[in-house]
Write a protein that binds this ligand. Structure first.
Ligand code: 13P
Length: 250
């Protein structure tokens, strides 16, 4: 059985006191027990989030890490540092990292290797831009992001990978991919993994959708057979909408 996952990517939002407030507000809601809930605050709030969530099953996730183990990389954070802050899961490859911080598929493959070496779980993000879709090249784009970022891995590594398909044109724009477009792409992703690896890996990998997921559209998207949950930006910053999305799985 594939895991159902809803993860909130807070991006560059929530200082330490706002982190406590948001998680305190979230604790007022009853959350579906069969959904693995995750929150990804900024680095400075990781420890506060871990402390606030100590008695819950909610996982605290980092939004990024550097590929080197240590050294002269001013402003960067290593896998070991995340682990020492009690964080075992990291988002790699978010489109904002790719677009604003020049993270190429090659760098992302190195980050994936570094995270796995440190025994971390990875939420690997990818997705096409609007002009890829307009040219009808969205499947090619996704397939090359997957193959360049992940297809060097051995089969055993896939236990620690969660995928997040996030079409760039749907992130923070209010424009969601239709449930049919999401299902079509998730099915393609699963098939691509099955062709490169095994049907068992393809069937067991959780594939999340991200891009303007809201309480109003979450149920229909999560109801599609190849969708195992969501990576939520803006709507994860309010406890009420995040809880409603978590509880949108039928
Ligand atoms: P929005 O939900 O704000 O569109 O952001 C999606 C996202 O980028 C999650 O990683």
């Amino acid at each position: 059985m594939r895991k159902k996952i809803v993860a909130g990517n807070w991006k560059m939002n929530c200082d330490i006191s706002e982190t406590y407030e948001l998680l305190d507000a979230l604790s007022e809601y009853e959350l579906a027990e069969d959904v693995q809930v995750m929150v990804a605050p900024p680095f400075t709030s990781l420890q506060a989030a871990n402390q606030a969530l100590i008695d819950t099953d909610i996982l605290v996730v980092a939004q990024n890490m550097h590929q080197a183990e240590s050294g002269a990389y001013t402003g960067e954070i290593s896998a070991a540092m995340l682990k020492s802050a009690g964080v075992d899961t990291v988002i790699i490859g978010h489109s904002e990292r790719r677009a604003y911080f020049g993270e190429s598929n090659g760098i992302l493959a190195e980050k994936v290797n570094a995270a796995l070496k440190a025994n971390m779980q990875i939420i690997f993000c990818f997705g096409e831009e609007l002009d890829d879709r307009q040219r009808g090249e969205h499947f090619d784009r996704v397939s090359s992001q997957l193959s360049q970022g992940l297809f060097h891995l051995e089969e055993s590594a896939w236990e620690n990978i969660i995928l997040a398909y996030e079409p760039v044109w749907a992130i923070g724009t209010g424009e969601t991919a239709s449930p049919e477009q999401v299902q079509e792409m998730h099915k393609f992703i699963r098939r691509t993994i099955g062709e490169r690896y095994t049907a068992k890996i393809a069937d067991s990998i959780s594939i999340l959708y991200g891009g303007s997921v809201k309480p109003e559209n979450a149920g229909e998207i999560f109801g599609k057979p190849d969708v195992d949950g969501g990576l939520i930006g803006g709507a994860s910053l309010k406890a009420e909408s995040f809880a409603a999305i978590i509880n949108a799985f039928s």
